[in-house]
Design a protein around this ligand. Structure first.
Ligand SMILES: *[C@@H]1O[C@H](CO)[C@@H](O)[C@H](O)[C@H]1NC(C)=O
Ligand SMILES: *[C@@H]1O[C@H](CO)[C@@H](O)[C@H](O)[C@H]1NC(C)=O
Length: 254
């Protein structure tokens, strides 16, 4: 809308310039950050985790990621709860039908988390038991992922925003039919103030400092399991420190 007004006023300016012969003045670019912007960070004492409809049947509909990468992302999302001791609520939609149950591994990660089995509500926020489970945690920052991104994640994220929650949507762990649908859903959520963000950033925003607890000691083994590129970086450093020898040509490299 803003852009449209800028374009329209630019057109008006251009026609005025043509009419009067005065040179065209370019419009002032918008500021890089909105005035009064506040960077709200995830805080492990204020956040909770939602696992929304990451069901074995719905998994087959995820086409914007490879099945292997997506399975890993689902497990990584679920494991953020135990890693930071976050209150967690699990939910499924019509789990006795084709959508299927949650994978057993996810349920086993959360022995004390409520699992709200919705019988028909598409948007989990329409279910009173689910709303009560979220409200009972007392947390105002919500990390969310679901299948599909455009329905299970986005509908709930928009309702949570309307209800006054801060929402971080894990873009690694939500899946849908195509990258186009995912892009549209993420734009729609961002328009409502949802922070769309991947697992690496969620975990490090929660951790804040490698010297914290949870910090390097807990987070590096987590990355080794779910983000092997980073885990193997640490493994290669460990191997070099424990038993490394420089080969010719290495010592002179900065
Ligand atoms: C996180 O939240 C708790 C509880 O609201 C607060 O005491 C603490 O200062 C916050 N931590 C940071 C690093 O902002
Ligand atoms: C340490 O490195 C040597 C080669 O420099 C290798 O023979 C040995 O197996 C390594 N030991 C371990 C524990 O990795």
């Amino acid at each position: 809308m803003k852009l449209l007004i800028q374009i329209l006023s630019l057109c008006a300016l251009a026609s005025a310039a043509v009419d009067s012969g005065t040179p065209l003045t370019p419009p002032t670019p918008p500021p890089l950050t909105r005035p009064g912007y506040i960077y709200t960070r995830l805080n492990a004492s204020e956040a909770m985790l939602l696992v929304v409809d990451l069901q074995v049947g719905l998994y087959s509909q995820v086409r914007d990621q490879t099945p292997e990468a997506y399975l890993n992302a689902m497990m990584a999302h679920s494991a953020i709860g135990p890693l930071f001791n976050l209150p967690t609520v699990l939910t499924t939609s019509a789990s006795s039908g084709p959508n299927g149950p949650l994978p057993k591994e996810i349920v086993d990660m959360h022995p004390h988390a409520p699992l709200v089995s919705r019988q028909g509500e598409v948007n989990a926020w329409d279910n009173a038991e689910f709303r009560a489970a979220v409200e009972a945690t007392g947390r105002k920052q919500i990390i969310i992922a679901g299948i599909t991104t455009d329905v299970c994640t986005a509908f709930l994220a928009l309702s949570l925003r309307q209800a006054g929650y801060e929402v971080w949507a894990n873009t690694d762990a939500s899946g849908t039919f195509s990258t186009r649908i995912a892009d549209e859903a993420n734009v729609r959520m961002r328009g409502a103030g949802v922070q769309t963000i991947g697992m690496f950033a969620i975990v490090l925003e929660l951790m804040r400092d490698w010297r914290n607890t949870p910090g390097a000691a807990e987070v590096l083994p987590y990355f080794d399991k779910y983000l092997p590129s980073y885990g193997f970086l640490a493994r290669s450093h460990a191997a070099a420190v424990l038993n490394g020898t420089l080969i010719p040509g290495e010592a002179g490299l900065a």
